[in-house]
Design a protein around this ligand. Structure first.
Ligand code: ATP
Ligand code: MG
Ligand code: MG
Ligand code: MG
Length: 562
């Protein structure tokens, strides 16, 4: 590719609305461009990285025996009504009507559609096991789209679904996907952990998240170096609380006043275990004491359900400054990080209060209420999640803690969808059997962003070779010098013939700005062709990763790199 004919506009300044490094660098390197909140254009340079990840995913999925297909993004409501998720899913599901007034949604995930395919096409156990996958744009109307491709509303996901006759088969399918995911993220050059996770909204019996380790990550995870236990903090907490006395739920009863919802009412309504109600918050109002409940769990689901329970339209999250003001949380408080926690107040309080939650760097979680009236916070709840140094639930060794970005998630689904939609096959006795499912997602764009989050320096991106948009950049120092241009062209041609992906920077720009762009773009290898080097019949090779330079003889340079 010739830079002079390529659409690649770099930015010198860091865009003001980009909070994390990967988002800043992806904008500055001309990889993506915002269309609307959480909706992006993938520009040519960015798309190449996205396609690289897709290709790795495809290869590993095929190796694991999965078959690629493509489902529609627009899904009729009927399918979602069969699983009852049409009612349950909440505001993340973007619903729309066609000209005949029929209901549709933009698929945020495709369990219903795939189960519909299988119930129609699979009749006999002989057609099993089956694992079907697609790489496709999903839409989720995220409450807080941010960080560029990291949390978009429209984003590319690889989603796979396995179908088996029995538990043993389903376990084997899960294990295969687990191993495929390890290989995928290893090949993408990522430092990651596979952690035990809560099954949340999608349901099912067990699940792992693949977490890329990064300070900017929205998830908190703990791991044990003695026994290899690793879990999402939320899951670790559930295990720890389940094993201990169910004290948090009892807190609620202790302070509940007449007219308040009971623990049972709340947990039944929210479909959560009492262990998820973690602490109570007591508010002093004009009319006496009112109780709020802190809730940990799946964010969006709770939002919706909380709204219904409280009879309000929205549960709002306040800014970090407001959180700090109201709660007196220490500085360094990272507001948006702790969104797993929810504050639940009774109806009247909800109407007047904004809910705010957050977490500080040490993962002690705080919650408070933004008071617009004569409220005072009587007791401010201070929750402590599992943190570094806490005993491992398996072997009691001290745990380590990390922040992570969820790039992949695998679930054992069981029969939730096959039962609801009636996906059965005949077994070898001629008896109808409900299929056992698994589902397996990877955020493609989020994986690219995570790789940049882990691989960059102050000058720009440092692409891991397997996902780099190009492997080699040729910096033509002075394209007006004919010998330089010719040598660069020759190199460009022979590298391309050898199958190397090359970006030839043939622009009429000062060398300094070309080198700056080269650093920003993060192409792993840079060949610099200039008048001085050519006098010695040599070109300079520089590695982006560590800046290491070597002179290569012009004659054999292409062969050396190919
Ligand atoms: P999160 O906890 O970050 O909201 P999720 O648990 O809702 O993610 P899943 O339903 O497990 O996401 O979807 C599978 C994968 O899709 C995730 O592991 C993630 O890599 C990716 N993904 C989910 N939501 C988004 C998004 N809004 N933008 C980009 N990628 C996403
Ligand atoms: Mg989500
Ligand atoms: Mg998640
Ligand atoms: Mg998930």
């Amino acid at each position: 590719m010739r830079y002079s004919q390529y659409l690649l506009t770099t930015l010198k300044e860091t865009p003001a609305d980009a909070e994390i490094v990967s988002h800043q660098l992806m904008l500055r390197a001309g990889m993506i461009r915002k269309v609307a909140a959480g909706i992006y254009n993938y520009l040519p340079f960015g798309l190449r990285a996205v396609r690289k990840v897709e290709e790795i995913v495809r290869q590993e999925m095929e190796k694991a025996g999965a078959l690629e297909l493509l489902m529609p993004m627009v899904v009729p409501a009927e399918l979602w009504q069969e699983s009852q998720r049409w009612e349950q899913y909440g505001k993340e599901l973007l619903r729309l009507k066609d000209r005949k007034d029929s209901d549709f949604c933009l698929g945020p995930t495709h369990e219903e559609v795939i189960t519909d395919i299988v119930r129609g096409a699979v009749r006999s156990y002989r057609q099993l096991p089956l694992n079907l996958y697609q790489i496709q744009s999903k839409f989720r109307d995220e409450i807080r789209p941010r960080f560029g491709l990291m949390r978009g509303r429209e984003f590319i996901m690889k989603d796979a679904y396995s179908f088996d006759l029995d538990e043993a088969g389903a376990d084997a399918a899960y294990e295969k996907m687990f191993q495929a995911y390890r290989r995928i993220f290893e090949r993408c050059g990522l430092k990651f952990r596979a952690v035990e996770a809560d099954t949340g909204n999608i349901g099912g019996s067990s699940s792992h998240e693949f977490m890329v380790l990064a300070e900017s990550g929205e998830d908190a995870i703990v791991s044990c170096s003695s026994c290899q236990y690793a879990a999402n903090v939320e899951k670790a907490e559930l295990i720890a609380t389940a094993e201990a006395t169910p004290e948090p739920a009892m807190d609620l009863q202790k302070v509940a006043t007449p007219g308040m919802k009971s623990v049972e009412e709340v947990t039944t309504y929210l479909e959560v275990t009492p262990q998820r109600l973690v602490k109570t918050l007591v508010l002093q109002t004009d009319g006496g004491e009112t109780v709020a409940v802190l809730l940990r769990g799946d964010r969006e689901l709770n939002d919706i359900k909380l709204c219904r329970l409280l009879g309000c339209n929205e549960v709002t999250l306040a800014s970090e400054e407001v959180v700090q003001q109201v709660t007196g949380a220490p500085s360094g408080f990272a507001g948006p990080v702790g969104l797993e926690l929810r504050v639940l107040a009774d109806h009247e309080v909800a109407a007047m209060a904004d809910f705010i939650v957050g977490a500080n760097a040490a993962d002690s979680h705080y919650a408070g209420v933004n008071l617009q009236r004569d409220f005072t916070v009587e007791a401010f709840a201070d929750l402590r999640l599992t943190v570094a140094g806490d005993p491992c639930p398996r072997c009691a060794s001290p745990l380590e803690s990390w922040r992570g970005i969820e790039v992949g998630h695998i679930f054992k689904l069981g029969t939730k969808y096959s039962e609801a939609l009636g996906a059965t096959v005949l077994d070898d006795q001629g008896k109808d059997r409900v299929l056992i499912m698994g589902c397996y997602g990877i955020g493609i764009g989020r994986t690219v962003a995570s790789a940049i989050e882990q691989n960059h320096d102050e000058n720009g991106i440092i692409f891991p070779l397997p996902i780099a948009p190009f492997q080699v950049l040729i910096a033509v120092v002075n394209p007006k010098d004919e010998a330089v241009l010719k040598a660069s062209e020759d190199l460009y041609q022979s590298l391309q013939q050898a199958g190397v992906e090359v970006l030839l920077d043939d622009r009429d720009e000062r060398p300094g700005s070309k080198f700056k762009d080269a650093d920003l773009l993060g192409i792993p290898l840079r060949l610099t062709v200039g008048t001085r080097g050519l006098k010695e019949e040599a070109v300079e090779l520089q590695r982006r990763k560590d800046g290491e330079r070597t002179m290569l003889p012009l004659a054999g340079a292409a062969e050396l790199l190919a």
